[in-house]
Design a protein around this ligand. Structure first.
Ligand code: MG
Ligand code: ZN
Length: 455
Protein backbone atom coordinates (compact mmCIF):
# COMPACT_ATOMS: atom_id res chain seq x y z
CA UNK A 1 0.00 0.00 0.00
CA UNK A 2 1.30 3.44 -0.91
CA UNK A 3 1.87 5.71 2.06
CA UNK A 4 -0.93 8.22 2.46
CA UNK A 5 -3.56 6.26 0.57
CA UNK A 6 -5.15 3.53 2.68
CA UNK A 7 -8.41 1.74 2.44
CA UNK A 8 -10.81 4.67 2.60
CA UNK A 9 -11.96 7.17 0.03
CA UNK A 10 -9.94 9.84 1.77
CA UNK A 11 -11.02 12.66 -0.51
CA UNK A 12 -14.40 12.80 1.21
CA UNK A 13 -12.89 12.62 4.69
CA UNK A 14 -10.30 15.25 3.93
CA UNK A 15 -12.61 17.80 2.34
CA UNK A 16 -13.48 19.51 5.62
CA UNK A 17 -9.92 19.77 6.85
CA UNK A 18 -8.07 21.04 3.78
CA UNK A 19 -6.98 24.25 5.53
CA UNK A 20 -5.40 22.37 8.42
CA UNK A 21 -3.61 20.09 5.95
CA UNK A 22 -1.77 22.92 4.16
CA UNK A 23 -1.03 25.12 7.19
CA UNK A 24 2.47 24.23 8.39
CA UNK A 25 2.72 24.57 12.19
CA UNK A 26 4.83 27.55 13.20
CA UNK A 27 7.06 25.51 15.49
CA UNK A 28 8.38 23.53 12.53
CA UNK A 29 9.64 26.70 10.86
CA UNK A 30 11.30 27.90 14.07
CA UNK A 31 13.14 24.62 14.54
CA UNK A 32 14.27 24.37 10.95
CA UNK A 33 15.24 28.04 10.57
CA UNK A 34 17.39 28.10 13.71
CA UNK A 35 20.68 26.88 12.25
CA UNK A 36 23.51 26.46 14.74
CA UNK A 37 22.20 25.61 18.21
CA UNK A 38 25.57 25.25 19.92
CA UNK A 39 25.23 28.40 22.01
CA UNK A 40 21.66 27.58 23.02
CA UNK A 41 22.77 24.13 24.18
CA UNK A 42 25.70 25.63 26.12
CA UNK A 43 23.35 28.06 27.87
CA UNK A 44 21.00 25.22 28.81
CA UNK A 45 23.73 23.49 30.82
CA UNK A 46 23.58 24.92 34.33
CA UNK A 47 25.25 23.36 37.36
CA UNK A 48 24.82 24.09 41.05
CA UNK A 49 21.83 23.71 43.29
CA UNK A 50 18.16 24.02 42.43
CA UNK A 51 15.80 25.84 44.77
CA UNK A 52 12.89 23.72 43.53
CA UNK A 53 12.55 20.46 41.62
CA UNK A 54 9.40 19.60 39.67
CA UNK A 55 9.25 16.04 38.30
CA UNK A 56 6.50 15.35 35.76
CA UNK A 57 5.74 11.70 34.96
CA UNK A 58 3.61 10.58 32.04
CA UNK A 59 2.68 7.04 33.06
CA UNK A 60 3.23 4.78 30.05
CA UNK A 61 4.33 7.77 27.93
CA UNK A 62 6.92 6.25 25.62
CA UNK A 63 8.16 7.83 22.39
CA UNK A 64 5.22 6.35 20.49
CA UNK A 65 2.67 7.91 22.86
CA UNK A 66 4.38 11.31 22.63
CA UNK A 67 4.47 11.10 18.83
CA UNK A 68 0.81 10.15 18.40
CA UNK A 69 -0.28 12.96 20.76
CA UNK A 70 1.90 15.44 18.86
CA UNK A 71 0.61 14.30 15.45
CA UNK A 72 -2.98 14.49 16.62
CA UNK A 73 -2.89 17.76 18.54
CA UNK A 74 -0.14 19.81 16.85
CA UNK A 75 0.62 18.05 13.58
CA UNK A 76 3.69 16.05 12.60
CA UNK A 77 5.92 19.13 12.39
CA UNK A 78 4.41 20.81 15.47
CA UNK A 79 5.73 20.65 18.99
CA UNK A 80 4.20 19.85 22.36
CA UNK A 81 5.26 21.81 25.45
CA UNK A 82 7.22 18.77 26.61
CA UNK A 83 9.16 18.84 23.31
CA UNK A 84 10.54 22.30 24.13
CA UNK A 85 12.73 21.29 27.07
CA UNK A 86 16.28 22.02 25.89
CA UNK A 87 18.06 18.86 27.05
CA UNK A 88 16.86 15.36 26.20
CA UNK A 89 18.13 11.86 26.86
CA UNK A 90 16.81 8.33 27.23
CA UNK A 91 16.67 6.11 30.26
CA UNK A 92 16.29 2.40 30.83
CA UNK A 93 13.37 1.25 32.98
CA UNK A 94 13.93 -2.46 33.76
CA UNK A 95 13.09 -3.86 37.18
CA UNK A 96 14.41 -6.96 39.00
CA UNK A 97 13.10 -10.49 39.31
CA UNK A 98 11.84 -11.06 42.86
CA UNK A 99 12.80 -14.73 42.77
CA UNK A 100 16.23 -14.18 41.19
CA UNK A 101 17.24 -10.59 42.01
CA UNK A 102 20.48 -10.84 40.03
CA UNK A 103 18.28 -11.06 36.91
CA UNK A 104 16.56 -8.10 35.25
CA UNK A 105 12.84 -8.13 34.62
CA UNK A 106 12.89 -6.35 31.26
CA UNK A 107 9.37 -4.96 31.57
CA UNK A 108 8.70 -2.94 34.69
CA UNK A 109 5.40 -2.03 36.29
CA UNK A 110 4.65 1.43 37.66
CA UNK A 111 5.49 0.42 41.25
CA UNK A 112 9.04 -0.83 40.61
CA UNK A 113 9.79 2.03 38.21
CA UNK A 114 8.54 4.74 40.60
CA UNK A 115 10.51 3.10 43.41
CA UNK A 116 13.55 3.28 41.10
CA UNK A 117 13.62 7.06 40.79
CA UNK A 118 12.07 7.73 44.22
CA UNK A 119 14.58 5.67 46.22
CA UNK A 120 17.45 4.97 43.81
CA UNK A 121 16.93 1.20 44.24
CA UNK A 122 15.91 -1.29 41.58
CA UNK A 123 13.20 -3.55 42.88
CA UNK A 124 10.61 -6.16 41.86
CA UNK A 125 7.32 -5.42 40.11
CA UNK A 126 4.64 -4.46 42.64
CA UNK A 127 7.03 -3.11 45.29
CA UNK A 128 6.41 0.38 46.69
CA UNK A 129 9.42 2.10 48.29
CA UNK A 130 11.14 -1.15 49.30
CA UNK A 131 14.15 -2.85 47.74
CA UNK A 132 14.23 -6.36 46.34
CA UNK A 133 14.71 -7.75 49.88
CA UNK A 134 11.69 -5.82 51.14
CA UNK A 135 13.75 -3.21 53.02
CA UNK A 136 12.29 0.34 53.05
CA UNK A 137 14.44 3.06 51.49
CA UNK A 138 13.69 6.78 51.99
CA UNK A 139 12.14 8.54 49.00
CA UNK A 140 13.17 11.82 47.36
CA UNK A 141 10.06 13.44 48.83
CA UNK A 142 10.99 12.26 52.32
CA UNK A 143 14.66 13.28 51.96
CA UNK A 144 13.63 16.71 50.69
CA UNK A 145 11.11 17.13 53.51
CA UNK A 146 13.68 16.19 56.17
CA UNK A 147 16.09 18.75 54.71
CA UNK A 148 13.54 21.57 55.01
CA UNK A 149 11.88 21.58 51.59
CA UNK A 150 8.10 21.79 51.12
CA UNK A 151 6.69 18.82 49.20
CA UNK A 152 3.80 17.93 46.90
CA UNK A 153 2.37 14.87 45.14
CA UNK A 154 -0.22 15.25 42.36
CA UNK A 155 -1.87 12.67 40.08
CA UNK A 156 -4.97 11.96 37.99
CA UNK A 157 -5.17 8.41 39.43
CA UNK A 158 -5.98 7.28 42.96
CA UNK A 159 -3.46 9.17 45.10
CA UNK A 160 -2.60 5.75 46.59
CA UNK A 161 -1.80 4.35 43.10
CA UNK A 162 1.77 3.18 42.53
CA UNK A 163 3.37 6.29 41.01
CA UNK A 164 2.36 8.82 43.68
CA UNK A 165 2.60 6.18 46.43
CA UNK A 166 6.29 5.49 45.86
CA UNK A 167 7.15 9.03 47.07
CA UNK A 168 5.62 8.43 50.50
CA UNK A 169 5.01 4.75 51.23
CA UNK A 170 7.00 1.58 51.91
CA UNK A 171 4.99 -1.59 51.39
CA UNK A 172 5.69 -4.96 49.78
CA UNK A 173 2.61 -4.87 47.52
CA UNK A 174 1.07 -1.94 45.62
CA UNK A 175 -2.47 -3.22 46.26
CA UNK A 176 -2.27 -2.39 50.01
CA UNK A 177 -3.82 1.03 49.44
CA UNK A 178 -6.18 1.39 52.44
CA UNK A 179 -6.45 0.01 56.00
CA UNK A 180 -9.16 -2.47 54.90
CA UNK A 181 -7.25 -3.48 51.73
CA UNK A 182 -4.27 -5.22 53.35
CA UNK A 183 -5.02 -8.76 52.09
CA UNK A 184 -1.76 -9.05 50.10
CA UNK A 185 0.45 -7.70 52.92
CA UNK A 186 -1.35 -8.55 56.22
CA UNK A 187 1.83 -8.44 58.32
CA UNK A 188 2.44 -4.80 57.34
CA UNK A 189 -0.87 -3.55 58.79
CA UNK A 190 -0.65 -0.99 61.61
CA UNK A 191 -2.43 -3.39 63.99
CA UNK A 192 0.44 -5.85 63.36
CA UNK A 193 3.02 -3.16 64.10
CA UNK A 194 3.74 -2.41 60.43
CA UNK A 195 3.88 0.92 58.59
CA UNK A 196 0.28 0.44 57.46
CA UNK A 197 -1.51 1.03 54.17
CA UNK A 198 -0.44 3.57 51.57
CA UNK A 199 -3.31 5.93 52.56
CA UNK A 200 -2.21 5.83 56.23
CA UNK A 201 1.42 6.41 55.27
CA UNK A 202 0.38 9.59 53.41
CA UNK A 203 -0.86 11.00 56.72
CA UNK A 204 2.27 9.87 58.56
CA UNK A 205 4.60 11.49 56.00
CA UNK A 206 2.31 14.52 55.57
CA UNK A 207 3.39 16.20 52.31
CA UNK A 208 2.26 19.84 52.08
CA UNK A 209 0.08 19.32 48.99
CA UNK A 210 -1.60 16.03 48.01
CA UNK A 211 -4.00 16.16 45.03
CA UNK A 212 -5.67 13.48 42.93
CA UNK A 213 -8.40 10.84 42.89
CA UNK A 214 -8.95 7.86 45.18
CA UNK A 215 -11.41 8.99 47.86
CA UNK A 216 -12.55 5.35 48.12
CA UNK A 217 -9.44 4.17 49.95
CA UNK A 218 -9.60 7.17 52.28
CA UNK A 219 -13.12 6.15 53.32
CA UNK A 220 -11.78 2.86 54.69
CA UNK A 221 -11.66 2.58 58.48
CA UNK A 222 -8.50 2.59 60.54
CA UNK A 223 -8.00 -0.75 62.30
CA UNK A 224 -5.42 0.11 64.95
CA UNK A 225 -5.04 2.30 68.03
CA UNK A 226 -7.29 4.98 69.50
CA UNK A 227 -8.51 6.03 66.04
CA UNK A 228 -9.82 2.56 65.08
CA UNK A 229 -13.18 2.85 63.32
CA UNK A 230 -12.45 6.38 62.11
CA UNK A 231 -11.90 6.82 58.33
CA UNK A 232 -8.53 7.85 56.90
CA UNK A 233 -10.33 10.91 55.53
CA UNK A 234 -11.46 11.94 59.03
CA UNK A 235 -8.02 11.22 60.36
CA UNK A 236 -6.55 13.58 57.74
CA UNK A 237 -8.38 16.49 59.38
CA UNK A 238 -6.92 15.45 62.74
CA UNK A 239 -3.48 15.38 61.09
CA UNK A 240 -3.98 19.06 60.24
CA UNK A 241 -4.99 18.84 56.58
CA UNK A 242 -7.44 21.16 54.91
CA UNK A 243 -9.57 18.77 52.83
CA UNK A 244 -11.25 19.64 49.53
CA UNK A 245 -13.27 17.56 47.08
CA UNK A 246 -13.91 19.82 44.08
CA UNK A 247 -12.37 22.47 41.86
CA UNK A 248 -14.02 25.30 43.81
CA UNK A 249 -12.58 24.06 47.09
CA UNK A 250 -9.19 23.72 45.43
CA UNK A 251 -9.29 27.27 44.09
CA UNK A 252 -10.19 28.64 47.54
CA UNK A 253 -7.50 26.79 49.49
CA UNK A 254 -4.83 29.02 51.02
CA UNK A 255 -1.29 28.24 52.17
CA UNK A 256 -1.99 28.20 55.94
CA UNK A 257 -2.50 24.44 56.21
CA UNK A 258 -1.32 21.41 54.25
CA UNK A 259 -3.88 20.51 51.58
CA UNK A 260 -5.46 17.14 50.76
CA UNK A 261 -7.68 17.31 47.67
CA UNK A 262 -9.38 14.13 46.49
CA UNK A 263 -11.66 14.80 43.55
CA UNK A 264 -12.98 11.34 42.54
CA UNK A 265 -13.78 8.01 44.17
CA UNK A 266 -11.25 6.30 41.88
CA UNK A 267 -9.30 7.66 38.89
CA UNK A 268 -10.24 11.14 37.73
CA UNK A 269 -12.39 11.43 34.61
CA UNK A 270 -10.88 11.33 31.13
CA UNK A 271 -10.39 14.44 29.02
CA UNK A 272 -11.38 12.92 25.65
CA UNK A 273 -13.46 10.10 24.22
CA UNK A 274 -13.40 8.37 20.83
CA UNK A 275 -13.40 5.00 19.08
CA UNK A 276 -11.86 2.01 20.81
CA UNK A 277 -9.39 0.08 18.67
CA UNK A 278 -11.07 -2.83 16.90
CA UNK A 279 -9.75 -5.89 15.01
CA UNK A 280 -11.32 -4.61 11.79
CA UNK A 281 -10.14 -1.01 12.40
CA UNK A 282 -12.37 2.07 12.54
CA UNK A 283 -13.46 4.77 10.14
CA UNK A 284 -11.13 7.79 10.31
CA UNK A 285 -12.50 10.27 12.85
CA UNK A 286 -11.63 12.89 15.42
CA UNK A 287 -11.70 12.60 19.20
CA UNK A 288 -14.33 14.50 21.21
CA UNK A 289 -14.25 16.13 24.65
CA UNK A 290 -15.63 13.79 27.31
CA UNK A 291 -19.10 15.21 27.89
CA UNK A 292 -19.56 12.86 30.88
CA UNK A 293 -16.58 14.38 32.65
CA UNK A 294 -17.58 15.57 36.14
CA UNK A 295 -17.25 19.35 35.90
CA UNK A 296 -16.50 19.63 39.61
CA UNK A 297 -13.16 17.90 39.05
CA UNK A 298 -10.15 20.15 38.44
CA UNK A 299 -7.90 19.33 35.48
CA UNK A 300 -4.30 18.18 35.92
CA UNK A 301 -3.19 21.62 34.73
CA UNK A 302 -5.30 23.28 37.48
CA UNK A 303 -4.00 20.96 40.20
CA UNK A 304 -0.43 21.57 39.04
CA UNK A 305 -0.85 25.35 38.99
CA UNK A 306 -2.37 25.32 42.47
CA UNK A 307 0.30 22.99 43.86
CA UNK A 308 3.08 25.22 42.48
CA UNK A 309 1.64 28.34 44.01
CA UNK A 310 0.79 26.78 47.38
CA UNK A 311 4.27 25.28 47.64
CA UNK A 312 5.81 28.59 46.68
CA UNK A 313 3.73 30.42 49.32
CA UNK A 314 4.35 27.79 51.99
CA UNK A 315 8.09 27.94 51.30
CA UNK A 316 8.00 31.70 51.96
CA UNK A 317 5.80 31.35 55.09
CA UNK A 318 7.97 28.67 56.67
CA UNK A 319 11.30 30.04 55.40
CA UNK A 320 11.67 26.68 53.67
CA UNK A 321 14.52 25.94 51.31
CA UNK A 322 12.26 25.49 48.31
CA UNK A 323 10.10 22.60 47.20
CA UNK A 324 9.96 19.19 45.55
CA UNK A 325 6.82 18.41 43.56
CA UNK A 326 5.91 15.27 41.61
CA UNK A 327 3.07 15.47 39.06
CA UNK A 328 1.70 12.41 37.28
CA UNK A 329 -0.49 12.06 34.20
CA UNK A 330 -1.69 8.57 35.10
CA UNK A 331 -4.26 7.58 32.52
CA UNK A 332 -1.99 7.75 29.48
CA UNK A 333 -1.10 4.28 30.77
CA UNK A 334 -4.59 3.24 31.80
CA UNK A 335 -6.15 4.09 28.43
CA UNK A 336 -3.24 2.44 26.61
CA UNK A 337 -4.13 -0.73 28.55
CA UNK A 338 -7.72 -0.24 27.34
CA UNK A 339 -6.75 0.22 23.64
CA UNK A 340 -8.48 3.61 23.72
CA UNK A 341 -6.43 6.01 21.53
CA UNK A 342 -8.52 9.16 22.15
CA UNK A 343 -8.51 8.46 25.89
CA UNK A 344 -4.74 8.02 25.79
CA UNK A 345 -4.04 11.06 23.60
CA UNK A 346 -6.43 13.29 25.55
CA UNK A 347 -4.57 12.42 28.75
CA UNK A 348 -1.21 13.07 27.07
CA UNK A 349 -2.41 16.48 25.87
CA UNK A 350 -3.80 17.18 29.37
CA UNK A 351 -0.44 16.21 30.86
CA UNK A 352 1.29 18.49 28.36
CA UNK A 353 -0.88 21.39 29.55
CA UNK A 354 0.48 20.74 33.06
CA UNK A 355 4.02 20.75 31.62
CA UNK A 356 3.27 24.12 30.00
CA UNK A 357 2.14 25.50 33.41
CA UNK A 358 5.38 24.29 34.99
CA UNK A 359 7.51 25.78 32.20
CA UNK A 360 5.81 29.16 32.69
CA UNK A 361 6.73 28.95 36.38
CA UNK A 362 10.28 27.90 35.51
CA UNK A 363 10.70 30.86 33.14
CA UNK A 364 10.08 33.17 36.13
CA UNK A 365 12.04 30.95 38.54
CA UNK A 366 15.07 29.69 36.59
CA UNK A 367 16.57 28.18 39.76
CA UNK A 368 13.92 25.45 39.36
CA UNK A 369 14.87 22.09 37.83
CA UNK A 370 12.07 20.67 35.66
CA UNK A 371 12.21 17.06 34.49
CA UNK A 372 9.66 15.40 32.22
CA UNK A 373 9.79 11.65 31.71
CA UNK A 374 7.81 8.40 31.78
CA UNK A 375 7.92 5.31 33.95
CA UNK A 376 7.85 2.75 31.12
CA UNK A 377 6.91 2.24 27.48
CA UNK A 378 3.53 0.97 26.38
CA UNK A 379 1.58 -0.74 23.63
CA UNK A 380 0.42 1.83 21.12
CA UNK A 381 2.23 2.01 17.77
CA UNK A 382 1.63 4.30 14.83
CA UNK A 383 1.32 2.05 11.77
CA UNK A 384 0.76 2.80 8.11
CA UNK A 385 -2.56 4.56 7.64
CA UNK A 386 -5.34 2.04 7.20
CA UNK A 387 -3.18 -1.00 7.95
CA UNK A 388 -4.60 -3.97 9.82
CA UNK A 389 -2.38 -5.63 12.38
CA UNK A 390 -2.50 -8.82 14.43
CA UNK A 391 -4.12 -6.75 17.16
CA UNK A 392 -6.65 -3.93 16.99
CA UNK A 393 -6.45 -0.54 15.31
CA UNK A 394 -8.25 2.79 15.24
CA UNK A 395 -7.72 5.63 12.79
CA UNK A 396 -7.86 9.27 13.83
CA UNK A 397 -7.81 12.43 11.73
CA UNK A 398 -4.98 14.57 13.04
CA UNK A 399 -4.29 18.31 13.18
CA UNK A 400 -2.59 17.88 9.79
CA UNK A 401 -5.92 16.65 8.39
CA UNK A 402 -4.24 13.30 7.76
CA UNK A 403 -5.28 9.82 8.89
CA UNK A 404 -3.18 8.26 11.67
CA UNK A 405 -3.70 4.58 12.43
CA UNK A 406 -2.75 3.37 15.90
CA UNK A 407 -2.30 -0.34 16.63
CA UNK A 408 -2.64 -2.14 19.96
CA UNK A 409 -1.21 -5.62 19.64
CA UNK A 410 0.65 -6.69 22.78
CA UNK A 411 -2.26 -8.76 24.16
CA UNK A 412 -5.56 -10.22 22.92
CA UNK A 413 -8.17 -7.47 22.73
CA UNK A 414 -10.22 -9.09 25.50
CA UNK A 415 -7.29 -8.56 27.87
CA UNK A 416 -5.39 -5.54 29.16
CA UNK A 417 -2.67 -4.38 26.73
CA UNK A 418 0.86 -4.70 28.11
CA UNK A 419 3.70 -2.42 29.17
CA UNK A 420 6.83 -2.66 27.05
CA UNK A 421 10.51 -2.77 27.98
CA UNK A 422 11.81 0.01 25.75
CA UNK A 423 13.94 2.90 27.01
CA UNK A 424 11.92 6.12 27.31
CA UNK A 425 12.56 9.83 26.89
CA UNK A 426 13.75 12.02 29.77
CA UNK A 427 13.94 15.79 29.21
CA UNK A 428 15.01 18.56 31.55
CA UNK A 429 15.60 22.27 32.06
CA UNK A 430 17.34 24.11 34.89
CA UNK A 431 20.19 23.41 37.35
CA UNK A 432 21.64 19.88 36.98
CA UNK A 433 19.56 19.19 33.84
CA UNK A 434 22.67 18.01 31.97
CA UNK A 435 22.68 14.85 34.07
CA UNK A 436 19.82 13.40 32.03
CA UNK A 437 21.81 13.53 28.76
CA UNK A 438 22.78 10.40 26.86
CA UNK A 439 21.50 7.04 28.04
CA UNK A 440 21.02 6.79 31.80
CA UNK A 441 19.26 4.40 34.14
CA UNK A 442 15.96 5.18 35.85
CA UNK A 443 17.69 4.97 39.24
CA UNK A 444 20.15 7.70 38.14
CA UNK A 445 17.25 10.16 38.28
CA UNK A 446 17.25 9.73 42.07
CA UNK A 447 20.88 10.84 42.21
CA UNK A 448 20.30 13.76 39.84
CA UNK A 449 17.42 15.18 41.89
CA UNK A 450 19.21 14.49 45.17
CA UNK A 451 22.24 16.38 43.96
CA UNK A 452 20.13 19.26 42.64
CA UNK A 453 18.44 19.68 46.06
CA UNK A 454 21.61 18.99 48.01
CA UNK A 455 19.91 16.39 50.21
MG1 MG B 1 0.96 5.68 37.60
ZN1 ZN C 1 0.08 0.20 33.39
Amino acid sequence: MTAGTGRWRLRGVMAGVAVAAVALPAAALAVNADGDRTEAAREAIVGGRARNVILLIGDGMGDSEITSARNYARGAAGRLALDTLPLTGSYTTYSLSREAPHRPEYVTDSAASATGWSTGRKTYNGAIGVDVDGRPAPSLLQLAQRAGFRTGDVTTADITDATPAAQVAHVSNRDCQGPQSMQTCPEEAKEKGGLGSIAEQFLDVRPDVVLGGGRGFFHEELQAGASAGRSVWDQAAKAGYRRVTDATGLAQAGPEKPLLGLFAEKNMDLEWVGPLAAPQGTEPQRCAPNSDRDRSQPRLRDMTWKALHLLDQRTARTRGKGFFLQVEGASIDKQNHAANPCGQIGETVGFDAAVAEVLRYQAKNPDTLVIVTADHGHTSQIVEAGARTMGATATLITADGAPMTISYATAPLSESQLHTGTQVRIAAKGPQAANILGVTNQTDLFTTIRRALGV
